[in-house]
Design a protein around this ligand. Structure first.
Ligand code: TTP
Ligand code: MG
Length: 570
């Protein structure tokens, strides 16, 4: 066996080889229970006691736990879910604005709890990592450590203390116990202030906290002590269950005969040749993860898009622009910041038809706007004519055109650039050129479907000064994306996924985030509105000789780096 891998296994299999002081961190991972369903149940409490599913197009993207007890699963086809549970009540979840608002409130609350002491990293809509190490240290200084116990559940059979440090009391166990007290305080606050229940994992690193938190759902928390790390990771059904291990990596692993977690834990260097981040994959598979919790923040841009069958007149463009701006207004006003740049993007089926190379391409134009014209809903909707003017630069209104998508986004917020105080202090460190570049790259989110959970995640973006700088620096790195990639699709992906794609460019073009060549007998719009995972499944089943109706995978796609960021030396 390769020496590096052997080291990983030795240390990861049982962290007793290192001292408990090497496990200094206390990481909490919060995951909201049946998130979209909870938001709907808060709006209409009569839904609490009945089986509830949230639908997007023909899929139940999530369901409440009443429905889960009856056998409904996340990401089932509506037809399948209704067969299993005919009394299932479906609520349309295609308008994400309430979920986004709730998502931001949850992040804000968790962040406010720690103040400046703990980084909080938002992962998708309903998950947050918190590095509670400093909060724990503070509590250690102020409370009696006698009779300390775990608040909530413990994974597996943990020993009473860490055997490696020859002491009576084990600091790494104590730290996690105190972490469990903090976790329940935060979960209680989420419930008291937002009426939201959540689950939480408490461990010394991110992968254990995330995987462990899923062990006792809903509304429970789980501590994972280091000695049960391997047991926890080995309990996962397949490498695909490792957070962030995407379907393309999974396929690569399968090609190399790696089908189970054990296979991965014992894989050798030859087997993993050319598998991106293979060393990290092995580490994760044994519960080792040094990646830091990175502070998240407000998105660098706010946007949404809508897909439709056909818009072919200027008047229809204006009407759709007004509709989009009405929705955008809610998001911008909720956010509180005022933008200086407005962007519109479209997809023109007619143009695509004439240029097969530009299939599913998005075209965009942007202009500067006066931030003071973003004060209320009507002043924001008043920008509709400006949007139509921008569209006229991409579409000849005098000729036939056929739009199937229109999106709008704002960015370059005044508060980021010009407000006084601490923000200004940090802002001064961001070069002007990177700021302009940021304005050019506007991630967007779809309001109309679950098409792009990844895009929505990216859209929720990174905020806070340090994060912003990091993000700008990363964007600068991605200035030159290959010509054949759709820049809007690329820009709408999470930063770490972009990084992974850039690394893989040339060797794994097949995983580029371009829309596939869909068979002519399928409706392109319906197909592109499906979740990415489902699209892949359909393409696979199309290729195979016996087309089989399969259930879509029940996890959001992503990449290993997407979930855990890059390794740090922490
Ligand atoms: P999850 O956290 O995966 O699911 P959940 O919160 O609904 O349920 P659980 O109690 O198991 O945590 O996803 C969060 C939300 O993201 C979910 O409520 C709906 C949405 N979502 C999609 O839009 N598409 C998807 O494929 C998945 C898995 C979720
Ligand atoms: Mg959840």
């Amino acid at each position: 066996m390769d020496e590096d891998f052997a080291t990983v296994l030795d240390e990861g299999a049982d962290d007793s080889t290192s001292s408990c002081s090497s496990r200094k961190r206390v990481i909490l991972h919060f995951d909201i229970d049946c998130f979209y369903a909870q938001v709907e149940m808060i709006k209409d409490p009569s839904l609490r006691s009945i089986p509830l599913g949230i639908k997007q197009k023909n899929i139940v993207v999530t369901c409440n736990y009443v429905a889960r007890e009856k056998g409904v699963v996340k990401c089932a086809y509506i037809t399948d879910a209704m067969k299993i549970c005919p009394e299932l009540v479906l609520v349309n979840g295609e308008d994400l604005s309430d979920y986004r608002q709730s998502s931001q409130q949850i992040f804000d609350l968790v962040y406010a709890f720690g103040g400046s002491k703990s980084a909080v990293e938002k992962l998708g809509m309903d998950e947050n990592f918190m590095d509670a190490t400093e909060l724990v240290e503070d509590k250690i200084a102020e409370m009696s450590l006698e009779n300390l116990s775990v608040n909530g559940c413990t994974f597996g059979q943990a020993t009473k203390s860490c055997t490696s440090d020859n002491k009576k009391t084990c600091a790494c166990h104590q730290r996690l116990m105190i972490g469990s007290i903090i976790a329940s305080e935060i979960r209680q606050k989420l419930f008291d202030e937002l009426g939201i229940t959540s689950s939480c994992g408490i461990a010394h690193n991110k992968v254990l906290a995330k995987v462990g938190g899923g062990q006792n759902k809903p509304n429970k928390q789980t501590v994972i002590f280091h000695e049960t790390a391997l047991e926890l990771m080995s309990s996962l059904k397949s490498p695909r269950s490792i957070p962030g291990l995407g379907s393309s990596t999974f396929e690569l692993l399968k090609e190399r005969g790696i089908h189970t977690i054990e296979d991965l834990q014992n894989a050798n260097a030859d087997q993993l040749k050319n598998v991106p981040d293979s060393q990290r994959l092995i580490e994760l598979s044994v519960g080792k993860d040094d990646s830091p919790v990175k502070l998240s923040g407000k998105p660098l841009s706010i946007g949404l898009e809508d897909r439709f069958k056909c818009i072919s007149t200027k008047a229809q463009c204006l009407e759709k622009a007004q509709w989009l701006l009405g929705r955008l207004a809610k998001l911008v006003l909720q956010d509180g910041r005022k933008p200086q740049t407005l962007k519109v993007f479209i997809r023109d089926f007619e143009k695509d038809k004439n240029d097969p190379k530009r299939k599913f391409a998005k075209y965009s134009r942007q202009c500067k706007v006066n931030p003071s014209n973003f004060k209320d809903e009507s002043s924001i909707i008043d920008h509709a004519n400006q949007l139509v003017q921008l569209i006229s630069k991409m579409v000849d209104f005098g000729k036939y055109f056929h739009l199937t998508l229109m999106g709008v986004a704002v960015t370059d917020f005044v508060s980021q650039a010009q407000k006084g105080g601490i923000e200004n202090f940090f802002k001064g460190k961001i070069g002007q050129s990177t700021k302009i570049e940021m304005a050019d790259q506007i991630p967007t989110a779809s309001t109309s479907s679950s098409v792009s959970q990844n895009k929505i995640d990216a859209f929720l973006g990174k905020r806070a000064p340090t994060q912003e700088m990091e993000s700008a620096a990363k964007k600068a790195k991605f200035e030159k994306i290959p010509d054949d990639w759709d820049p809007d699709v690329f820009n709408s992906l999470p930063e770490d996924m972009k990084e992974e794609l850039m690394k893989s460019n040339g060797t794994r073009k097949s995983i580029l985030p371009k829309e596939p060549d869909i068979p002519s007998q399928w409706d392109a719009q319906v197909f592109t509105s499906l979740p990415e995972e489902l699209q892949k499944e359909l393409m696979r089943s199309q290729k195979s000789a016996t087309p089989n109706k399969q259930k879509p995978a029940n996890k959001k796609s992503g990449s290993i780096l997407n979930y855990f960021g890059k390794k740090s030396n922490q």
